[in-house]
Design a protein around this ligand. Structure first.
Ligand code: PPS
Ligand code: ADP
Length: 206
């Protein structure tokens, strides 16, 4: 894999172990990757989970599609190549946050399984806890919600390559959790996520 630096880079390790960091912070941290159609509820669920975690004295941070595309990824569009680069960059940032001991909540459409699998492999290769959550609703539900009016624009031909309309969404084959937000109320989704985070050792049991 191209690593940049013309082969002249050497990783500089720190002297704080993951165990020492976890003891200092009171949690191990990790990445929760939310994937799903626009309007499926990724951001809504991540915001509620972050609030619940912080209320419990846990350390969490969010990375969110629109927000990241306003800064770190402002040079990227929505072609398959740009989406791959978007997810690659965010995967690296999520891993850095998780290695620093945060519970990183990453909410991205991330429609391609290959891009998601790379992020999962990046974390697993470094021994960083990771969970993939499919925030799932039928397209008809996402389109009826249309919180930003984007489906309407896509149907009118004002946006091309919109996921679910004229661009693919590859459903996760084996997610760690599937949340059907048309039938799962938000508080129940948060409870199930806290149980998942605890099970994966990202946060200690209450
Ligand atoms: N063509 C197209 N397809 C999908 N989504 C689009 C598109 N154009 C703009 N938007 C808005 O951008 C948000 C998705 O950005 P992501 O970074 O999550 O996309 S991706 O993971 O790189 O596919 C997405 O945000 P969410 O609605 O929060 O998912 C949309 O608001
Ligand atoms: N149980 C639920 N969980 C999450 N969102 C829900 C739920 N029920 C209704 N919604 C609504 O669905 C919309 C989801 O929008 P958003 O969170 O921005 O989705 P995404 O980040 O996936 O694009 C919001 O308007 C939210 O209020």
């Amino acid at each position: 894999m191209e690593t940049g630096g013309g082969g002249n880079l050497t990783f500089h390790a720190g002297e704080v172990t993951a165990q020492e960091r976890a003891a200092s912070l009171g949690q191990r941290g990790g990445t929760v990757w939310f994937t799903g159609l626009s309007g499926s509820g990724k951001s809504t669920v991540a915001v509620a989970l972050e609030k619940a975690l912080v209320a419990r004295g846990r350390h969490a941070a969010r990375l969110d599609g629109d927000n990241v595309r306003m800064g770190l990824c402002s040079n990227l569009g929505f072609s398959a190549e740009d989406r791959a680069e978007n997810i690659r960059r965010i995967g690296e940032v999520a891993k850095l946050q998780a290695e620093a001991g945060l519970v990183c909540l990453a909410s991205f459409v991330s429609p391609y399984a290959r891009d998601r699998d790379r992020v999962a492999a990046l974390h697993r290769g470094a021994g960083v806890p990771y969970a993939e959550v499919h925030v799932a609703v039928p397209l008809s539900v996402a389109e009826a919600r249309d919180p930003k009016g984007l489906y309407k624009k896509a149907r009118a031909g004002e946006i091309q390559g919109f996921t679910g309309i004229d661009d693919p969404y590859e459903e996760p084959r084996n997610p760690d959790l599937r949340l059907d937000t048309d039938t799962t109320p938000l508080p129940e989704a948060v409870e199930r996520l806290i149980a998942l985070l605890t099970d994966r050792g990202m946060i200690p049991a209450a």
